[in-house]
Structure formats: structure tokens, C-alpha cells
Design a protein around this ligand. Structure first.
Ligand code: ARG
Length: 463
């Protein structure tokens, strides 16, 4: 095969060998081959409909491209670094296969609008796949939250015992975080649904093209409205990286909690052996590798976001070769995010909550102190005074090494005569969570309602 450069007409010297390899992108952008071929088929179909190509030329191009795709998928396509990128590899192979008609495919387009189209097509598909995994994860969270709607554990602020909460409520907090992430991904895909083809190098083309038709053939909502913008901006990629970063940030927080909860000291949950590994030296170890690795992967995704922002910063319009650097971060984000979502979705049903351990922990640390203060408020004491009274009672318990609920009524009354026998109802864990019975509260009834509403929203989402 001839490796003569498709753009070599004005050149009299060959490319420096190192520069050729340095500027080539084929090693990574060959991943865009299916999108590139789809874009080319749509472009050729439009050119023929506009009378710019003959029907016979279009048919030869479409058939030739389909055969090339089959070769690529079978691993039988010889990628050439001398041909620089996925676009020129495919175009050159097409001309080799079908002759003259192949040379006409590039009429009225440029690699600039071509690559901008390929990435958008790829990203749309990738986001759909990511959202499908995310939806599976969210569904699994709802199932676990439903089973654990009444399970009580300590809620923390500053990682210090704060108030009792239900485990289902905690899991539904995760669900809310992930629902916003899904919205961000959907939003990003929606904005990427504009077709750059027809922008050509930067200014459009002199041929009588039909951009609406090409956009429609490729499932876009319509063409990009400005040719310079169409080939130059990668804001959609940055947006995806930002949405992915937030999602990884959330997964890292969820991972961190699983890691802490599965420690011997907490013992709130047991992770299935299938998601842990052992130590080569310490026989007793069972390490939560999967959540740890996801926590770690958040770092590389944040790094890619910064790389893409910096790549775009200060670039003059329109296309610059800098933009070739968008692909590796994008691919790496998508691959790591997809893997993280998949393994998280698989791991959730394999979590065993240790309800007794959670309950025992909730009984420590005076989790119901706020309930006692609220009780005094209902008896007429201003909240600030109630806070003071309970603070003293807690200090007494710390000294005595007991819980508030273990104090006798007489002892409690030494702190406030407003306290009566019914105080013990508010000091129980069940009483405490059940009392927070409003929208967004931790009461089991509210958790069940939140789950039912979430199920409906999840079922109504389309990817
Ligand atoms: N490989 C290039 C990229 O990924 C394709 C576009 C190149 N265009 C150009 N005029 N050099 O951005």
C-alpha cells in the first residue's frame, strides 16, 4: 500500500520520521472508526442526493466503507502511522479498494468537521451506555434501601455521632447524588446532539450541501449553527469530563463509606469476598479493593478534566491541532467511569448489612440528645436553654459511663423538672427516627415514600 500523504501536494520534502509518529493519532483515534464510517456514509448519501456524487459513486463508497468496517471489526485492517489518523487511514483504504470514487468522498468536508462529528457520535453512544449502568446501580440502591428502610445506624457529622438515622435513608442520599449525575450526563448528551458536518475546514463549503439531511441521517437534532464554532470548540467534551468528575467524586464518597463501614472497628457492613482481595503477608486480611480503587480512580478523572480545560484555554478560533489531544482523556474517562459504575452496581446487592452492629453503634455517643432537647422545647423551654440542660446531662453520663436512656427519671429530673416518664419514648432509637416524619426526613415511612417516588422517576427516564 502506498503511504503517500493525502495532503502532500504542496510539499517537496518528506515528513521527518519522528514528527510523523509524533503528530499521528491513529494509535488511539482508530477507536472512532465505526463513527467515522457512519459519518462518511451519511456524508456520501447527502452528496449523492444533492447531485454532487452519482448514485453509482455513492453505492461504491458505501459498500467499500462497510467492507472496511468489517475488516476493522475482524482485526484485519492494517493501520498505518504514515497515514496519520483514523480518517486518512480509512479514506486511503477506500480509494485502494474502489478507485476513483473513493477520492471524491472528501468533497465538501474536512477532517476538522469530520473529527468533531466522530467524537460527538461516540460521546452520545458512550453516555447512553454509562447512563444504562448508572440506572442499574441506582435500581440496586433502591432495592437495598427498601430492605433497610427500618435499620438504624448512627448518622455522623464531623464523623462524630450526631443523630440516629435509617440505613435506607443514607442509601437514598446516595441515590439523590447519582440522580443529579444522571441529569448532568443527559444534559451533556443533549447539547452534543448538533452535527458539525458541513462546516468543512472552518468556513463551510462552496458545494450545495444539505446539512439538515446529514444531521438527520446521523440522529442529530440538527446542524451546528456556526461553522467556526462547530470545528473548534470541545466544550461538550469538557462538560462530559466535568459531569464524569462529579460522578466519580460521588462514587469516591460512597466508596469511602463502604471502606470505613467494612472495617473491623465499624463492622456495619460485610462486603462479599467476590469484591475483596487478600494480603500476601497478613493471612487475616480481607481488603475492600474495589471501593478503594474507585476512590483512587476519581483522581485520574479529575486530572483529565483539568487537561481538557487547559487544552481548550486561549485557543484562537477555529480548529487547532491541540484538539487532537482531546481523545485520550475522553476515552480514559469513559472507560474508567464505565468500569467503576459496573462494579459498583454489581457490588451493591452483594453487601450484607450487619444490623446489630449498626444498632449498637447508634446506642453509643448520645445520638438522641437532640431528641431530649426537642422534648424540653415541646414542654415550653426555649431551645437554647434546652440545649444547655441536655449538655449537662450528657456531661453527667460521660462521667458515669452510661447513656441518657439509662438514667433514672429522678436523675433526669435533677436536670429539668419538666421531664416526665414519657421522656423514655423519645430517647429510644426507633422513637428518634420515627419522629423525623416529614419530606426528606429519616423516618422509615418517609424513606419508603422516597423510594416509591424514586422508582417512578427511574422508570420514566430514557437514555
Ligand atoms: N487527527 C486530528 C484530530 O484528532 C484530525 C483533524 C486534523 N485536522 C487537521 N487539519 N490537521 O484532531
Amino acid at each position: 500500500m502506498s503511504d503517500k500523504k493525502l495532503w502532500a501536494g504542496r510539499f517537496s520534502e518528506p515528513t521527518d520520521a519522528f514528527v510523523e509518529a509524533f503528530t499521528a493519532s491513529v494509535e488511539f483515534d482508530q477507536r472512532l472508526a465505526p463513527q467515522d464510517i457512519r459519518g462518511s456514509i451519511a456524508h456520501a448519501t447527502m452528496l449523492a442526493r444533492q447531485g454532487i456524487l452519482s448514485a453509482a459513486e455513492r453505492d461504491a463508497i458505501v459498500e467499500g466503507l462497510e467492507q472496511i468496517l468489517a475488516r476493522i471489526e475482524a482485526g484485519q485492517f492494517a493501520w498505518s502511522v504514515a497515514r496519520e489518523d483514523v480518517h486518512m487511514n480509512i479514506e486511503a483504504a477506500l480509494t485502494e479498494a474502489i478507485g476513483e470514487a473513493g477520492k471524491k468522498l472528501h468533497t465538501g468536508r474536512s477532517r476538522n468537521d469530520q473529527v468533531a462529528t466522530d467524537i460527538r457520535l461516540w460521546l452520545r453512544e458512550e453516555i447512553a451506555a454509562l447512563r444504562a449502568e448508572l440506572s442499574r446501580l441506582r435500581g440496586n440502591l433502591l432495592d437495598l434501601a427498601e430492605r433497610e428502610a427500618e435499620t438504624i445506624l448512627p448518622g455522623f457529622t464531623h464523623l462524630q455521632t450526631a443523630q440516629p438515622i435509617t440505613f435506607g435513608h443514607h442509601l437514598m442520599a446516595w441515590f439523590e447524588m447519582l440522580e443529579r449525575d444522571d441529569g448532568r450526563l443527559a444534559d451533556c448528551a443533549r447539547r452534543a446532539k448538533r452535527c458539525p458536518l458541513g462546516a468543512a475546514a472552518l468556513a463551510g463549503t462552496t458545494f450545495p450541501i444539505d446539512r439538515e439531511y446529514t444531521a438527520e441521517l446521523l440522529g442529530f437534532d440538527g446542524p451546528c449553527r456556526n461553522s467556526l464554532d462547530a470545528v473548534s470548540d470541545r466544550d461538550f467534551a469538557i462538560e462530559f469530563a466535568a459531569a464524569a468528575s462529579l460522578l466519580m467524586m460521588h462514587l469516591s464518597r460512597m466508596s469511602e463509606e463502604l471502606i470505613v463501614w467494612s472495617s473491623a472497628q465499624f463492622g456495619f457492613v460485610t462486603l462479599s469476598d467476590a469484591f475483596c482481595t487478600g494480603s500476601s503477608i497478613m493471612p487475616q486480611k480481607k481488603n475492600p479493593d474495589v471501593p478503594e480503587l474507585i476512590r483512587g480512580k476519581s483522581g485520574r478523572v479529575f486530572g483529565h478534566l483539568m487537561a481538557l480545560l487547559t487544552l481548550m484555554k486561549s485557543q484562537p478560533l477555529a480548529y487547532n491541532k491541540d484538539n487532537q489531544e482531546d481523545k485520550e482523556p475522553l476515552f480514559d474517562i469513559a472507560d474508567n467511569l464505565r468500569g467503576s459504575l459496573k462494579v459498583f452496581a454489581d457490588m451493591i446487592p452483594a453487601i450484607t448489612p450487619n444490623r446489630e452492629r449498626m444498632r449498637a453503634a447508634a446506642l453509643q455517643g448520645f445520638a438522641t440528645a437532640t431528641d431530649l432537647a426537642d422534648y424540653l422545647v415541646r414542654r415550653g423551654l426555649p431551645f437554647r436553654d434546652a440545649h444547655e440542660v441536655v449538655g449537662k446531662a450528657v456531661a453527667h453520663c460521660v462521667q458515669a459511663g452510661c447513656d441518657l436512656a439509662e438514667l433514672s427519671l429522678d436523675t433526669l429530673r435533677e436536670f429539668s423538672p419538666l421531664i416526665e416518664q414519657d421522656v423514655f419514648e423519645v430517647l429510644t432509637l426507633e422513637g428518634s427516627v420515627a419522629a423525623r416524619d416529614h419530606v426528606g426526613g429519616t423516618a422509615p415511612a418517609q424513606v419508603r415514600r422516597a423510594i416509591a417516588e424514586a422508582r417512578q422517576r427511574l422508570a420514566g427516564e430514557s437514555t
